[in-house]
Design a protein around this ligand. Structure first.
Ligand code: UDP
Length: 242
């Protein structure tokens, strides 16, 4: 169902953001497009938007119940949600519990190694630059955030990791790694923004030990394994207790 909305504010790879009658709120539409490798690989999957929207909504509800500030205000329909309007900080915060992906491509760390404490990396959010990994010195040089904001972002991200890890463990899912984006609302409050879904998290099925079959997230698309919506559907079913 398509809600009444104002003009399109922004169109990204997986979502469209529309204005509403309230200048401090936006409507977010989740698209069926999947992209990987900085949009070099692209495909549409029927139902993907609705799955991601409902999974994100359930995760934001859980975070809200735990007192974590997010931009989420409510689920409007299966593929639309209402959120606070934020100025997005151009950083991608990645937390890794298990080594895989770019960490293993770019360093000699072996795939599957448990990372304790979880590794937190900051990337500069810029598609044209390919979202480069930031060093401490480059982060300072860019002056994107104050050192207090930096501390706030890091502790918020680590708290989200703890909550999400146990949320997923309860339904036999392993949170391997994930990406968060943050924003600042009209009151200057730091919030988790964007989405938290199998597009932005790596999630493995603990009931399946096969190294490919256990993958339930966007790696199914990145690795050409097929079964993307089945994987996302499995995550939503477990969240809903089906
Ligand atoms: N991620 C994301 N958007 C990005 C880059 C990464 O959502 O632009 C997520 C990705 O799904 C994974 C985690 O962040 O859960 C770590 O990704 P990684 O750095 O390993 O990158 P990749 O191997 O996907 O290139």
């Amino acid at each position: 169902m398509k809600p009444d909305h104002g003009p399109l504010i922004y169109e990204g790879k997986a979502k469209r953001i529309f204005s509403t009658a309230n200048p401090d709120q936006v409507l977010v539409h989740f698209k069926n497009d999947a992209t990987a490798f900085n949009a070099q690989k692209h495909q549409e999957f029927d139902g993907k938007g609705a799955l991601n929207c409902q999974i994100s909504s359930a995760i934001f509800e859980m975070l809200k119940a735990e007192g974590v500030p997010t931009h989420y205000l409510g689920l409007i329909s299966e593929d639309w949600l209402l959120a606070q309007k934020v100025d997005v900080i151009p950083l991608e915060v990645v937390i890794r519990n298990v080594a895989t992906g770019s960490l293993c491509r770019e360093t000699p760390i072996n795939e599957g190694i448990e990372l304790s404490p979880p590794l937190l990396d900051l990337y500069y959010k810029d598609d044209q630059l390919g979202d480069p990994l930031l060093t401490e010195a480059r982060l300072k040089l860019l002056q994107l955030i104050t050192s207090d904001q930096r501390k706030g972002i890091e502790s918020l991200a680590r708290r989200v990791n703890e909550l999400l890890t146990s949320f997923f463990l309860n339904i036999d899912l392993l949170l391997v790694d994930f990406k968060l984006e943050l924003g600042v609302n009209c009151e200057g409050q730091l919030l988790i923004a964007d989405e938290i879904s199998p597009d932005t998290c790596r999630i493995w099925d603990k009931r399946n030990l096969d190294s490919e079959a256990r993958i339930l997230d966007k790696d199914r698309f990145r690795k050409g394994l097929g079964g993307l919506t089945e994987g996302y559907g499995q995550i939503l079913k477990r969240i809903q207790g089906v």
